[in-house]
Design a protein around this ligand. Structure first.
Ligand SMILES: *Cc1c(COP(=O)(O)O)cnc(C)c1O
Length: 406
């Protein structure tokens, strides 16, 4: 079975687990800031905790925060749980990012923040967003923060500019399903000294060091993941997860939360062990992206001439965290591909304005047709550095057939 995703681990990550150097979190933050050309970086237990802490540290409360309707639901959770109102904007079908005309319409006197997500690694037009925000700031007479959500797009570029450098700060997710990971974890980068100082102060006040038990649990989790994705073990793991609930968390969707809530350890600091694993992954980051780009280009070529109604765009500066394809009968396509030994994934199988928990924030869910369509139709083909070329070819040969067979 070809897995739908696979973390890029080798013996270096395992060694990092057992190392005992001091100051691992600070070192990870500094290396992270340096790789993405930011002045400052601050690590957290989750990306959502980082986002929540930013709102708290700036006293942003009771405000409207603009975010895409189609994104990871934990982003909306952070907005709601910080005492703010999420204002959803529909996405475009060609690159899965917010429609900036709709962002322009959505801004009003209560808007304090815009979360610009670069979904699936595709860069959003940050130049246009900056213009819209500058005009709105002049009109409403107050600051509107721009947060780049780079959880899928750490080093993505728009017109050769790193998107994480545009706007006020950038947010990253570092869980095991991301392009690089620190087992769990999240990060914020900024060039703004005041944002950094306030956030660091708030983190110092509200977040606490995790206990030793947590490090042991994280180490076991990493070991389980490393073993599970080994080609010799994966068939067993795959069987177990389809026939028992044991391993659901390892390879299946992470964010199926239907309630607006955070995990109980969201106020923990990042563990030193996670930071060490993150530091090893960081060294591999340029390589990871280079390989993803080349697989995306190869898929594009191999799909040429096939009758797919939608092929993922090749966009300069994208990081290809996913290879999203839209199909009309997703369940059947997935089942057929599985029969053939290929696991295709679903990343975001919901539209947030259509979720029960968010009804109170939404006037009219029919304003989000593209988000709804993507929640039903998007699947993603495996694209990760360890994917052998022969598997890449097999996936692309089978995929168009699955559309006919299903
Ligand atoms: C993963 C992710 C985050 C952060 O998620 P955490 O699990 O809280 O670290 C934020 N935004 C997007 C789009 C993501 O995919």
């Amino acid at each position: 079975m070809i897995p739908r995703l696979k973390p890029y681990f080798d013996v270096r990550e395992i060694k990092a687990v057992f190392a005992t150097e001091a100051g691992s979190v600070l070192k990870f933050e500094q290396a992270f800031a340096s790789l993405f050309n930011a002045k400052y970086a601050l690590a957290f237990s989750y990306g959502r905790s980082a986002l929540w802490a930013f709102f708290k540290s700036q006293g942003i409360e009771g405000a409207e925060i603009i975010l895409p309707a189609y994104t990871c639901v934990v982003v909306a959770h952070a907005v709601a749980l910080s005492g703010n109102t999420p204002k959803f904007v529909d996405i475009q079908l060609h690159d899965y990012n917010m429609d900036l005309d709709l962002v322009e319409e959505a801004i009003n006197v209560r808007t304090r923040v815009i979360i610009a997500t670069h979904l699936f690694g595709y860069p959003l037009n940050v130049d246009r967003l900056n213009e819209i925000v500058q005009t709105a700031e002049a009109h409403f007479g107050h600051k509107i923060w721009i947060i780049q959500d780079c959880a899928h797009s750490f080093g993505a570029k728009w017109n050769d500019q790193l998107v994480c450098k545009e706007g006020d700060l950038a947010l990253y997710g570092l869980n095991i399903s991301k392009t690089m990971n620190s087992i769990f974890g999240g990060m914020i980068t900024t060039d703004d000294e005041e944002i950094y100082q306030e956030l660091r102060k708030y983190r110092g006040l509200r977040f606490r060091p995790p206990g030793n038990v947590k490090s042991v649990l994280r180490a076991s989790y990493l070991a389980a993941v490393a073993v599970s994705f080994n080609p010799h073990f994966y068939p067993i793991v795959d069987w177990l997860q389809h026939h028992t609930p044991l391993l659901k968390r390892l390879t299946h969707g992470y964010h199926l939360d239907v309630q607006i809530h955070f995990p109980p350890d969201y106020l923990d600091l990042m563990t030193a062990l996670e930071a060490r694993v993150g530091s090893v992954q960081l060294m591999k980051y340029p390589e990871i992206i280079r390989i993803r780009e080349s697989i995306a280009e190869r898929y594009e070529e191999l799909l040429e001439g096939s009758a797919l109604s939608f092929k993922p765009p090749i966009i300069k500066g994208a990081t290809y965290s996913h290879y999203p394809v839209r199909v009309q009968n997703r369940a059947a396509v997935k089942a057929w591909m599985r029969e053939m030994g290929v696991e295709v994934g679903e990343v975001i199988q919901y539209s947030i304005p259509h979720m029960m928990a968010y009804q109170r924030y939404v006037e009219d869910p029919s304003q989000y047709p593209n988000s709804l369509l993507c929640s039903r139709d998007v699947i993603n083909l495996p694209i990760y550095p360890d994917l052998p070329e022969k598997d890449q070819s097999r996936i692309i040969e089978l995929f168009p057939l699955s559309l006919r067979a299903s």
